[in-house]
Design a protein around this ligand. Structure first.
Ligand code: IPE
Ligand code: IPE
Ligand code: MG
Length: 250
């Protein structure tokens, strides 16, 4: 007989303890601090961060998440030094090229939200190709938030609605929460059930302001390059234990 106490297996979230979040959104933060801790260049933190992205995409697919939205580059991030922006764009292109095959094999549809037109032409080109190739995949939706800012998304939505009103295609009294949601980049997707932020900052940084109205928030001190499959699964598990009341009583 083995007297060793049985260790608690860290398995993917149990399907029998529903509900699994349909949509997980992640603010991937802390690449720079991860590199700084090692006296490395920030760029090396971003490179390692890209590895974490790969692992978390794979784990999400395995766990049965339907939508994964990753905050990869904000509208504010354009104000970083030109060299860092250049490296981030290069890594993005490399990621898209490198993942194309795996996305197809795992039936993952890749899409992007944000001011895509502001990205460098070569990045847009690869992005369009991967989006197009994976468009019919239904296993999971991977949304990359690129040059994304929630306030600019809301301005865009208001302009689109105003245009419809001006053209007589929409009556002001028909504008409701659903109509509004349908004019955001995330139209047609469920709101995030879970919002994760790595590296400990207690802020939203202009991410999905409308959509996270009732998301369950998890902030971890772990820097993004150190964020593991195990910690991610532990968060999904903790989510399943939370009681979501949506303003009602139990
Ligand atoms: C997240 O890491 C990546 C992007 C915002 C593009 P940071 O680069 O913000 O890393 P810190 O916050 O400086 O550690
Ligand atoms: C948020 O991280 C944006 C992304 C993760 C892409 P930042 O590092 O840019 O946010 P702040 O500056 O800490 O608010
Ligand atoms: Mg940061």
């Amino acid at each position: 007989m083995n007297s060793k106490p049985a260790s608690i297996p860290l398995t993917p979230p149990r399907i029998d303890r529903l509900p699994l979040p349909a949509h997980v959104a992640i603010i991937m933060d802390g690449n720079g601090r991860w590199a700084k801790k090692r006296s490395w260049r920030r760029i090396q933190g971003h490179e390692q961060g890209a590895e974490t992205v790969r692992a978390i995409v794979r784990t999400s697919r395995e766990a049965g998440i339907r939508v994964l939205t990753l905050y990869a580059f904000s509208t504010e991030n354009w104000q970083r030094p030109e060299k860092e922006v250049k490296v981030l764009m290069h890594l993005l292109k490399k990621f898209l090229k490198g993942e194309e095959k795996e996305l197809m094999e795992n039936n993952i549809r890749l899409d992007a939200i944000g001011q895509i037109h502001r990205l460098p032409e070569d990045v847009i080109h690869v992005l369009d190709r991967v989006r197009h190739r994976t468009a019919a995949n239904e296993g999971m939706r991977l949304n990359l938030a690129l040059s994304y800012g929630a306030r600019s998304e809301i301005v865009r939505m208001v302009r689109r609605l105003a245009e419809k009103v001006r053209n007589g295609k929409l009556a002001p009294e028909d504008i409701d929460e659903t109509v509004l949601s349908d004019h955001l980049y995330t139209a047609g997707l469920p709101d995030p059930d879970v919002l994760i932020r790595t590296s400990g900052e207690m802020r939203i940084s202009n991410f999905l302001l409308w959509q996270i109205a009732y998301s369950e928030i998890f902030v971890t001190d772990t820097l993004w390059p150190d964020f593991t499959k195990e910690e991610y699964l532990a968060i999904l598990d903790a989510y399943q234990r939370r009681e979501r009341r949506f303003g009602k009583t139990t």
